[in-house]
Design a protein around this ligand. Structure first.
Ligand code: XIL
Length: 655
């Protein structure tokens, strides 16, 4: 769990109220600030911040620091801002935001790494190999810059990947790399900062619809493949003329049940001009509804508003004839929407401190080797904020893990261990976050294990490969059935390689997206089904496919020569790239460093290092090679004293 950067939201009342006294605008702070109330709930309330007013306006700075405990850069961390030209980074705006947040004890959510918009043209025109390398390098550099900075706790790794109908957006990312760019981006971000929380973010996914369901399915499948998706962001660009997505809480909860954190990342509620009191009231209700939904879902970390003053909002520039979407007006005076957010964070103004009644004793049904369904007598809530749902815990002594937070008085447990006793209890939760007493325990034992089920599932159908790219492919096969009692648990996917066949993944459904494959390489893959008792089916027939890229096989070759060495290091000079029988425009060389060896410098190339795998790309003058011609680069390595192993596996692809 990437939690070590998750600074505790210690209440900073002293700081907040001292700053509040210089606030120009508003009377409402007598009741406490938004951040003060959010912190009492263990949530964040945030705002998108623009660098220009931050530098130039005291009122803007005062509200930004006083009212919010979380900040997202509105534009300053986007690719066009941080890497406008290849490998030329500028962090002026990003650092300005991060430093402001650090001074004001706020957390920063990094926005955004891989998006089709506000990404420079030079990225959009790259070949598949170079685009993937550029993406990995950008993520490594930008995330890496703040990896040891406790203020930056999370990132939007992939933004707006879907169309409204739930298909993948045909962005230059998808069109060039296929859907594998998503998994690759998350893996690169995890490698750059193992402690940051990594989010996928989109708009029009607040309610349950085709787009949010596609996102749900993607997150579930990525996590089944151990792709590090920790969090889902619902942008929340709402408009009062379109109605409120009433199933927002239910939608948040179904994502939460996948084990991810959820958050509202870009909330604003626009209206058609002119602004009226009636529209303000409707807008305020929308803000209330969003905050209430987040309050009611334990896994919802908080809500970020996309700005705070109507003076600086993207809405009038983007949606013709619409505006007034934020919680302060043009003159930094609060609007009804501010009071709505304030009161919802405060638990309805009066403050509900009465917990719901204790739930009835759960009963367990449909107990299998890996799951069970629990139901219990519902609770009631009289404190005013209303019953929000239940928390389900496993009794385990000192700390009882939370198994889920359903909104109704029933819950299906999955992923349990076969032949194991479970004791589970339930607490009710209200809209103000009050928890009831513990219900009585229910005790049940999962079936299977211990040799009861020795019947393997049926053999899966022959996989078919689709979306084959230079580094990935999607495999799908006909599902197996299991009659032995423990039930079908999933599949193991293997690469056929002779003596030992490496396992490529273990999905729970009859499909997997392979990533990180080598370009221009033949793969033979088969699948075995597995049941809840661990029995494996026979091997499916093989599927054979060849990844794209890498020119025509003989596009280029690469070698490395030791120029000089000493006890603790050496220089490879030249590393030479030679074109094959045709001219090439650009090259990418990969090679493997021996364990313990690290790159300390390089020249005439752009290097990306991932573990022991090094990727070297050409620079301007040595990329265009005539047939049979060579270009050179070099690098220096430090090694454990006297360890004379050398880099190996030089592989060259083009473009
Ligand atoms: C918007 C900014 O607010 C504008 O200033 C900029 O001109 C365009 O982008 N979804 C996102 C945000 O993820 O990054 C967008 O921000 C709004 C929509």
């Amino acid at each position: 769990m990437p939690s070590s950067k998750w600074r505790s939201l210690a209440v900073v009342c002293a700081v907040a109220s001292a700053a509040a006294s210089v606030l120009i605008a508003t009377p409402a702070h007598a009741d406490g600030t938004l951040r003060g109330h959010a912190e009492e709930r263990g949530k964040f309330i945030g705002a998108a911040i623009a660098t220009s007013p931050l530098a130039n306006e005291t009122a803007y700075r005062n509200i930004a620091s006083t009212e919010f405990n979380q900040i997202t850069a509105e534009n300053a961390m986007k690719w066009e801002s941080t890497e406008p030209n290849d490998n030329q980074y500028t962090f002026t705006g990003a650092d300005q935001i991060v430093n402001f947040a650090t001074q004001n004890n706020q957390q920063v959510h990094g926005h955004t790494l891989v998006w089709h918009s506000q990404t420079p043209g030079w990225v959009q025109g790259l070949s598949a190999t170079n685009m993937r390398a550029a993406m990995n390098e950008h993520i490594a550099t930008v995330v890496g810059r703040y990896a040891n900075n406790a203020t930056v706790v999370s990132w939007d790794v992939v933004n707006e990947a879907f169309n409204e109908d739930g298909t993948f957006r045909q962005s230059f990312w998808f069109n060039t790399l296929g859907q594998s760019y998503i998994a690759d981006a998350f893996r690169a971000a995890r490698a750059a900062d193992p402690n940051a929380r990594l989010c996928i973010n989109d708009y029009n996914v607040e309610g349950i619809n085709a787009k949010s369901t596609a996102m749900f399915n993607l997150v579930q499948s990525l996590r089944a493949q151990n792709v590090p998706v920790d969090c889902v962001g619902f942008q929340g660009h709402l408009a009062i003329q379109f109605g409120f997505p009433n199933d927002i809480q239910q939608n948040m909860q179904r994502f939460a049940n996948l084990g991810v954190q959820v958050r509202v990342t870009e909330l604003d509620v626009r209206m058609q001009t002119p602004r009226t009191a009636a529209k303000d009231t409707t807008q305020a209700q929308y803000y209330t509804n969003v905050i209430n939904a987040c309050n009611a879902v334990t896994a919802c970390a908080g809500v970020t508003i996309w700005g705070f003053t109507d003076k600086y909002s993207w809405v009038p520039d983007t949606f013709s004839g619409e505006g007034f979407a934020l919680i302060y007006d043009n003159n930094y005076a609060i609007k009804p929407a501010y009071t709505a957010v304030h009161n919802a964070l405060d638990g309805g103004g009066g403050g509900d401190t009465t917990p719901p009644s204790t739930p009835g004793t759960p009963t367990a049904s449909n107990v299998t080797s890996s799951g069970a369904t629990l139901s219990w007598g519902a609770s009631t809530d009289t404190g005013g904020s209303g019953l929000a749902g239940y928390n389900v815990y496993r009794e385990q002594g000192a700390t009882d893990p939370l198994l889920g937070s359903p909104t109704t008085n029933s819950f299906t447990l999955t992923g349990l261990t076969a032949n194991t006793q479970y004791q589970v209890y339930v607490r009710a939760r209200d809209g103000a976050g009050n928890l009831s007493g513990n219900s009585q325990l229910v005790t049940f034992t999962t079936t299977g294990g211990g040799g009861t089920d020795t019947t393997p599932p049926s053999t899966p159908g022959t996989p078919t490969a689709s979306n084959v790219t230079a580094s990935g492919a999607t495999l799908t096969w006909t599902a197996s059935t299991d009659t032995g009692g423990s039930g079908l648990a999933g599949y193991n996917v293997y690469r056929e390689q002779g003596a030992t066949d490496p396992q490529l993944g273990s999905p729970t459904t009859n499909s997997i997206t392979l990533t990180g494959l080598t370009a221009n390489t033949q793969y033979q893959v088969y699948v075995r089904a597995r049941d809840g008792a661990g029995n494996l089916s026979g091997n499916s027939a093989l599927v054979t496919f060849t990844t794209t890229g890498g020119g025509t096989g003989g596009a280029c070759t690469a070698t490395g020569t030791v120029q000089t060495q000493w006890q603790t290091g050496y220089v490879i000079q030249p590393a030479r790239v030679t074109a094959g029988s045709s001219a090439i425009n650009g090259w990418t060389v990969t090679f493997t460093l021996p364990a313990g060896h690290t790159i300390t410098g390089s020249w005439n190339t752009v290097l990306t290092v991932s573990g022991q795998t090094v990727t070297a790309r050409n620079v301007g003058f040595n990329g265009n090679l005539a047939a049979g011609a060579f270009g050179e680069f070099g690098f220096q390595v430090s090694r454990p004293n006297g360890n004379t192993a050398l880099p190996s596996g030089y592989t060259c692809t083009s473009p």
